[in-house]
Design a protein around this ligand. Structure first.
Ligand code: GDP
Length: 300
């Protein structure tokens, strides 16, 4: 956890430092508030959350009068946490009952880190003593099934796969059947994320979902988003949310951006909690998203 926090703060704390410096100015005039707004927007916090935060900060700074650095830090911390929401359930649900395995479907645009995230999540679950079956239903990207299988072999999870270009729904079906037959604890299904037509995506993911739900309740649909794509990621998120009911967000490549504000923006946009964050390409670089640790890393 300490290592993860260190990694987060290295890339993230530009935002918090910038805000604290601005807030510490003796005279908080209009220009300064505008600079604060710009800082938040530049960090991908998004327009509506930025306005809300600035409004609340202005009011609290006004009530506070003179400000010590500690008071400012506390105030900023509270308001950022407030924006992230404290009442979300951020645990990835992997247990639907005793009869059938917990079923998690992983969706997102190709290249966002879907397959890697599926592999890392399998590793976390296996390390926790759970048996996992992986489903390589991303039949669009040629190397995806090999990549997932390699992860599976590494972490000790079997991978169900089909022919290249095969029907994703039938692979998902086989994976769930296999998971039930083996008495597996969790089934993780990697899906394809080609985004050129919304109806195509909707047909495909909808079919995968229906086929899975014929056999067992679907516990989670995790949307994987690349944090470095900023507002573009939000556009993608919207499309996916229209196609399938997202239950959690995984923000990957948070190690590669100083724009941590995307966490706030995407949650606000979808009304769905960020549950996991990707902090690197390695097997151990997936962490539960903890708002307090995140905000602490942000403001240093
Ligand atoms: P997919 O097409 O969505 O399945 O994407 P992949 O899982 O193949 O990932 C695309 C690239 O992003 C790979 O090179 C991964 O190693 C890399 N990647 C995935 N997650 C992270 C992360 O959290 N941080 C960094 N730096 N790279 C990541």
């Amino acid at each position: 956890l300490v290592r993860l926090r260190a990694r987060l703060s290295r890339s993230q704390n530009a935002l918090g430092k910038g805000l604290l410096t601005l807030l510490s100015r003796e005279h908080l005039d209009e220009d300064t508030w505008e600079e604060i707004e710009d800082t938040l927007l530049t960090a991908d916090v998004g327009v509506a959350p930025t306005q809300e935060l600035v409004e609340r900060l202005r009011e609290r700074v006004r009530v506070l009068g003179t400000r010590t650095p500690d008071e400012l830090r506390t105030l900023l911390r509270e308001e950022l946490l407030n924006l992230l929401g404290t009442d979300f359930d951020r645990v990835v649900k992997t247990e639907s009952g005793l009869e059938t395995p917990g079923i998690v479907m992983v969706v997102g645009v190709n290249g966002t880190g879907k397959t890697t995230t599926t592999g890392k999540l399998a590793r976390v679950l296996v390390a926790d003593g759970r048996s996992v079956v992986l489903g390589a239903a991303d039949t669009f990207r040629a190397a995806a099934a090999d990549q997932l299988q390699t992860w599976g072999e590494r972490v000790g999870a079997r991978t169900v796969r089909g022919p290249e270009g095969g029907d994703p729904a039938s692979i998902a079906f086989d994976t769930v059947k296999e998971g039930i037959a083996e008495g597996a604890d969790v089934v993780l299904i990697d899906t394809a994320g080609r985004l050129h037509t919304k109806t195509g995506l909707m047909d495909e993911l909808g079919k995968v979902k229906r086929v899975v739900e014929k056999h067992a309740p679907l516990d989670e649909v995790l949307l994987v988003l690349d944090a470095t794509t900023g507002q573009n990621g939000l556009v993608q998120a919207r499309v996916f949310a229209e196609v399938v009911d997202i239950t959690g967000i995984v923000l990957t490549k948070l190690d590669g951006t100083a724009k941590g504000g995307i966490v706030i923006a995407v949650q606000r946009e979808l009304g769905v909690p960020v549950k996991l964050v990707g902090l690197g390409e390695g097997a151990d670089d997936l962490a539960p998203f903890e708002p307090e640790a995140f905000v602490d890393a942000l403001i240093g």
